[in-house]
Ligand binder design. Structure first.
Ligand SMILES: [Mg+2]
Length: 289
């Protein structure tokens, strides 16, 4: 008889609900143990992050292995917003897959590196572990406001430099097509980083990869919880809903209006970020039969 479909699957943004936005590590007690408990109970878990596989390996997979990842865990990592992915087993992160069609041209890393080597290096550093994107991240040794201030100027200079090199790039509602009228690349600023990426990547692509990865190792869950701290994290729930999967989105942002979406959204009244992520996992453990 084929195995029964799991009742619940988890699709988890990492920075915010799992890793502290301050330390960029798993800082909440309980998160690792509760993930292991849920995995041991047959709950499939897929991380859906803009981070690199190297970050996932060091900051998320290593603590899970140290805690004793259960045999038979259905655990996958979708990185770089869907351009990179791997399956996690008791030997760690498996073979890393990259969709080369989604990788930015090498000139993007050159331009980003040049800007950070100049005046922007006091607020940010280049993430050298990305396989498909060019990324700068906020330094953790300067106040957060420092990065926010520098980021807007950096993003504008980056747009000017990339389009001067002939690339078609968008930044927010500014769209600068290439000579052929195309705009295949995007500058995406977030709270702690700016990514140069393909316009085809995103948390929605990550959700489709998650479904493919889970279809390869067992039955799909009957319902989903997606968890995130950004407006763009709703795209994972949007995508699952559009494909007919029942989904509830858990928004761990501290404030702001909840968007009108055609599926349930929950938010803790008091907790935010990884504290809210930890509380949600703990509640799910409590609901295990
Ligand atoms: Mg996040």
């Amino acid at each position: 008889m084929p195995p029964a479909a799991p009742d619940l699957g988890l699709l988890l943004d990492v920075d915010g609900p799992i890793a502290s936005p301050l330390t960029r590590t798993i800082a909440q007690p309980g998160i690792v143990a509760d993930l292991c408990t849920l995995l041991a109970a047959g709950v499939p878990v897929v991380f859906n992050t803009g981070r690199s596989d190297a970050f996932l390996r060091a900051q998320v997979v290593a603590p899970l292995l140290a805690a004793g990842l259960p045999a038979g865990a259905r655990l996958h990592a979708v990185c770089e917003k869907g351009a990179v992915w791997a399956t996690v087993g008791r030997d760690g992160l498996g073979e890393v897959q990259v969709d080369r069609a989604l990788a930015v041209p090498p000139v993007c890393a050159e331009v980003v590196g040049g800007l950070v080597a100049g005046r922007y290096g006091e607020a940010m550093f280049v993430d050298g572990t990305k396989r498909s994107m060019a990324t700068v991240e906020a330094r953790t040794d300067v106040p957060a406001g420092h990065f926010a201030q520098a980021q807007a100027a950096f993003d504008a200079e980056l747009l000017a430099a990339l389009t001067a090199r002939g690339l078609g790039v968008r930044l927010g509602d500014r769209v600068v097509p290439d000579a052929g009228g195309q705009c295949p690349w995007r500058i995406d600023p977030t709270v702690i980083a700016t990514d140069v990426e393909s316009v085809r990547v995103g948390k929605d692509l990550g959700a489709r990869r998650a479904l493919e990865l889970l279809a390869g190792d067992g039955p799909l869950p009957r319902r989903w919880h997606t968890v995130g701290d950004s407006a763009t994290d709703y795209r994972m729930a949007d995508q699952l809903h559009a494909l007919g999967h029942p989904v509830t989105h858990v928004d761990v942002r501290p404030a702001g209006p909840l968007p009108p979406v055609p599926y349930p959204v929950v938010r803790d009244r008091f907790l935010r970020d990884d504290a809210a992520g930890a509380a949600h996992l703990r509640a799910l453990v409590g609901q295990l039969a």
